[in-house]
Design a protein around this ligand. Structure first.
Ligand SMILES: Nc1nc2c(ncn2[C@@H]2O[C@H](COP(=O)(O)OP(=O)(O)OP(=O)(O)O)[C@@H](O)[C@H]2O)c(=O)[nH]1
Ligand SMILES: [Mg+2]
Length: 228
């Protein structure tokens, strides 16, 4: 079974025997569901702050730049499913590129993050998306679950409007868009829960398609299903 684990051959935590259990199948089989989500975006947009707010409920107004990557786990329940979210926080500064990119493989979801008070960080979203697709070796970018976060909405001086960010998301893959504040704890949990929902939705669609292929033996259609 194909898994949304961005093609990490041999390292998928859901791998069973020679196959790779998708999240939905893993959940249904009673196995614990481990999802890897990765935070990408320019240095200083608040990736580490979002992760730390979500996992430890703390905020540091003097946070240091991340070097390489760090990760933290948090268990959560989304729509009745129990999930362990493994959140990978990456260094956004260009000089750390070679330290972060080896960790993209295996991500189930990518959180593209910018700061609403930093226009350049918004304009760089496309570069982050491309970097992720390339280094994670995503086989089917159009189906991969991206979620876009506009952080620091507590700041009064905005350089990117909600409408503009929504338009970018619509044009680039109809991605969900959430506005967050790690400082005020606005929408932080909602953002990570949305990431889980996006992964599960993609996997459910894939499993539905595969089921269609399996049982529709007498279909006159060559493809068996129109959704894959
Ligand atoms: N006002 C405000 N400040 C924030 C928010 N999130 C983060 N910050 C501040 O922005 C600065 C950068 O935050 P970080 O979380 O370190 O940013 P980062 O994206 O991890 O940066 P790199 O590790 O360099 O990639 C810190 O001073 C944070 O305190 C927020 O929601 N609102
Ligand atoms: Mg950081």
């Amino acid at each position: 079974m194909r898994c949304a684990c961005a093609g990490r051959a041999g390292t998928c935590p859901r791998r069973v025997g020679s196959g790779c259990l998708g999240p939905v199948a893993a959940a249904m089989s009673g196995k614990s569901l481990l999802l890897k989500v990765i935070l990408l975006g320019d240095g200083g947009v608040g990736k580490s702050s979002l992760m730390n707010r979500y996992v430890t409920n703390k905020f540091d107004s003097q946070a240091f730049h991340t070097i390489g990557v760090e990760f933290l786990n948090r268990d959560l329940e989304v729509d009745g499913r129990f999930v362990t979210l493994q959140i990978w926080d990456t260094a956004g500064q260009e000089r750390f590129k070679s330290l972060r990119t080896p960790f993209y493989r295996g991500a189930d979801c990518c959180l593209l993050t910018f700061s609403v008070d930093d226009r350049q960080s918004f304009e760089n979203l496309s570069n982050w998306q491309k970097e992720f697709v390339y280094y994670a070796d995503v086989k089917d970018p159009e189906r991969f679950p991206f979620v876009v976060l506009g952080n620091k909405i507590d700041k009064l001086e905005r350089q990117v409007s909600t409408e503009e960010a929504q338009a970018w998301c619509m044009e680039n893959g109809n991605y969900p868009y959430l506005e967050t504040s790690a400082k005020d704890d606005t929408n932080v949990a909602v953002a990570f829960e949305e990431a889980v929902r996006q992964v599960l939705a993609v996997e459910e669609q894939l499993e539905h398609c595969m089921l269609g292929h399996t049982i529709d033996l007498h279909s006159s259609s060559k493809s068996g299903s129109s959704c894959c």
